[in-house]
Design a binder for this molecule. Structure first.
Ligand code: HEM
Length: 170
């Protein structure tokens, strides 16, 4: 069921054109990486500040609120370019263990957001200064760094798995 939907998706004209273009696919991959670098910088700065390891001159609330917009834009761009890459070869990625790992890690990121978004990130204005950062905020930051590092590694590993033959490309 899911697989047949993915085969239909990858054979829609925009995605089959993307797949067969020698230039556009690498450009989309480069844009995916560019957006990731913006997004990752914001995640690392926010989480290191929560841990009290960086930007001590700014409060946690300042760091979180100043970086929020850039973080959201970076994520939307990275996810959109990632979706284009995926849709071009959806069937191949369906079988890719690292792609599956990456998607599983996104589910964990969503759970992380459900658990910590309100109590740590949204209400950061109530968090005290660096050396007194509550354990919950430190835990949120550590888990976030681990999850995003895992997503980066899984994303990088996707390309090392040899594609199967017999894909239903039109
Ligand atoms: C927003 C967070 C994301 C991060 C940090 C991330 C990370 C990465 C990394 C590091 C690569 C390797 C690029 C390279 O080979 O040089 C990659 C490739 C890729 N990503 Fe993402 N990604 C993200 C979102 C997504 C999403 C949401 C999707 C799909 C819906 C996606 C699908 C892909 C695909 C299909 C590739 C190409 C793999 C290949 O064939 O080599 N990514 N990603």
């Amino acid at each position: 069921m899911l697989l047949s939907l993915l085969i239909r998706l990858e054979n829609l004209t925009p995605f089959s054109s993307l797949r067969s273009s020698a230039y556009v696919y690498p450009v989309v991959l480069a844009l995916h990486l560019l957006a990731i670098s913006l997004f990752a910088a914001m995640i690392v700065a926010t989480d290191l500040r929560l841990l009290g390891w960086a930007l001590p001159e700014s409060t946690i609330a300042e760091v979180i609120s100043r970086l929020r917009l850039a973080k959201r834009i970076g994520f939307i761009l990275a996810a959109s370019f990632g979706f284009l890459l995926f849709a071009a070869k959806a069937e191949e990625y369906y079988y890719n263990a690292f792609f599956r790992t990456k998607m599983l890690l996104f589910v964990l990121v969503a759970i992380h957001a459900l658990v910590f978004q309100k109590s740590v990130y949204a209400e950061s204005v109530h968090l005290p200064a660096a050396d007194e950062t509550p354990k919950r905020a430190r835990l949120a930051a550590s888990l976030s760094l681990l999850l995003w590092l895992g997503i980066l590694c899984a994303g990088r590993a996707i390309g090392y798995v040899a594609g199967r033959s017999g894909m239903h490309y039109k």
